[in-house]
Design a protein around this ligand. Structure first.
Ligand SMILES: NC(=O)c1ccc[n+]([C@@H]2O[C@H](COP(=O)([O-])OP(=O)(O)OC[C@H]3O[C@@H](n4cnc5c(N)ncnc54)[C@H](OP(=O)(O)O)[C@@H]3O)[C@@H](O)[C@H]2O)c1
Length: 374
């Protein structure tokens, strides 16, 4: 009920424009164009009521027997905006002030910059509503090219400036630097601030203990594909965070990809999987291309085909379940591995090399490392 009424309040800010559609279906769950790159996978999937969604696509396989996380959020439909046209009409807002949120970054390295660029590309924010505290002169120069406001080191006055000029403050420094930066921020935190930490391994209780009582904190684990609005993020609310803070966080992270909520005890697992995962996939793409090069394919074509193979396979898992479900990868694999064929010969080699267990061990090792950072 509460979230539903909040959605009503937020609707004008998020939903000023109806998403353009490529087809003639007039229902609110109409399909999006399928010809462009990654249209669908970047949006929350509607809880299918559309006649088109209810049909299982030819060749689809059975969905997994669990709830599709894409259908979990109660505010899905309020965020179903167009993914391709940057527009300022979707800026997230403080309904009580009737103004768009100003977002300040304390530390904007690889991840912070990826988020800034993603927020700008999605239109969820505009340069004049973004600022960053950056201590390195070269980074200050390169980030100022984006038109955002730049302040100095967080521990040298930058935290005060960011607090004065922001509604949402994103802690974007390394986990080891978080304590100093949070301590520098603490005297300037107002009750209306929302603090979002993206630092791996830093628990909400540690963050809250460094900030004034009842500070609204959310912990998010994004990943670098937010740069191209294909992030897989998870978030968890702190003790004083409100349902509106959840909505604002979800809106921000949805603008750069997909987002799910998890319990905090699972954030290390998320860090090991989606937080660190892009690097595993980069390595996999490089290795696949190396294999093709070793049997004669030119490097450029090998890399192109390897990367697109990963995109295509991932989309089949996300879209192949029919009725909006997630397809089980084992079923998809069985579909394409014909008896005595080429694919099963390749799979046999992967199994002999222990690739399956190597990926499992990678996720577990990264999750353990995240735990150690606490
Ligand atoms: N990279 C990822 O894939 C990823 C994914 C999920 C979450 N995260 C989290 O995101 C956070 C940032 O990671 P990252 O990869 O972006 O690291 P990074 O590139 O090292 O960025 C951290 C930035 O914080 C700056 N910084 C440090 N102290 C500062 C201060 N007092 N004032 C202002 N800026 C300060 C650093 O400046 P200097 O350059 O001067 O040191 C650096 O630019 C980490 O907590 C990490 O756990 C990262």
């Amino acid at each position: 009920m509460l979230l539903g009424s909040l959605c009503q309040q937020l609707r004008p800010a998020w939903h000023l424009q109806a998403p353009p559609s490529s087809d003639t279906c007039a229902c609110p769950f109409r399909e999006v164009a399928t010809s462009g790159p990654l249209h669908w996978s970047n949006r929350q999937q509607p809880q299918s009521k559309c006649h088109k969604r209810q049909r299982r696509s030819p060749g689809s396989v059975a969905s997994l027997p669990f709830t599709d996380p894409r259908n979990e959020s109660l505010i899905t439909q309020d965020l179903d905006h167009d993914d391709d046209e940057p527009t300022t009409s979707h800026q997230i807002a403080r309904p009580e002030a009737g103004l768009p949120d100003r977002i300040g970054f304390l530390g904007a390295g690889k991840m912070g910059e990826a988020l800034i660029r993603g927020f700008l590309a999605s239109g969820v924010s505009i340069p004049s509503n973004l600022s960053a505290s950056v201590r390195n002169a070269e980074r200050q120069r390169s980030l100022s090219m984006l038109g955002i406001q730049i302040f100095g080191s967080a521990t040298d006055g930058g935290a005060a400036e960011i607090a004065a000029n922001s509604d949402i403050i994103i802690i974007g420094v390394k986990p080891q630097q978080a304590e100093n930066v949070l301590s520098a921020l603490a005297p300037y935190v107002r009750p209306d601030h929302l603090i979002i930490s993206i630092a791996a391994g830093i628990r909400i209780s540690s963050i809250e203990s460094l900030l004034p009582e009842a500070t609204r904190v959310v912990r998010v684990m994004p990943n670098t594909p937010c740069l191209i609005r294909e992030a897989a993020s998870a978030y968890v609310l702190g003790n004083s965070a409100t349902p509106l803070d959840a909505s604002r966080t979800f809106a921000l992270m949805r603008s750069v990809g997909v987002a799910v909520t998890v319990e905090e005890r699972l954030m290390d697992a998320v860090t090991g999987l989606s937080g660190s995962g892009p690097a595993y996939v980069f390595l996999m793409i490089e290795a696949l291309a190396d294999g093709a090069v070793s049997v004669g394919l030119p490097r450029d074509k090998a890399l192109f085909l390897a990367a697109q193979t990963v995109v295509g396979a991932a989309r089949m898992v996300l879209e192949g379940g029919g009725n909006g479900g997630i397809a089980h990868p084992a079923l998809l694999k069985d579909h394409v591995a014909s008896p005595a064929g080429t694919t099963i010969a390749g799979i046999a080699e992967l199994e002999a090399c222990g690739v399956r267990s190597a990926f499992m061990r990678a996720v577990k090792a990264a999750a353990r490392r995240s735990e150690e950072l606490t």
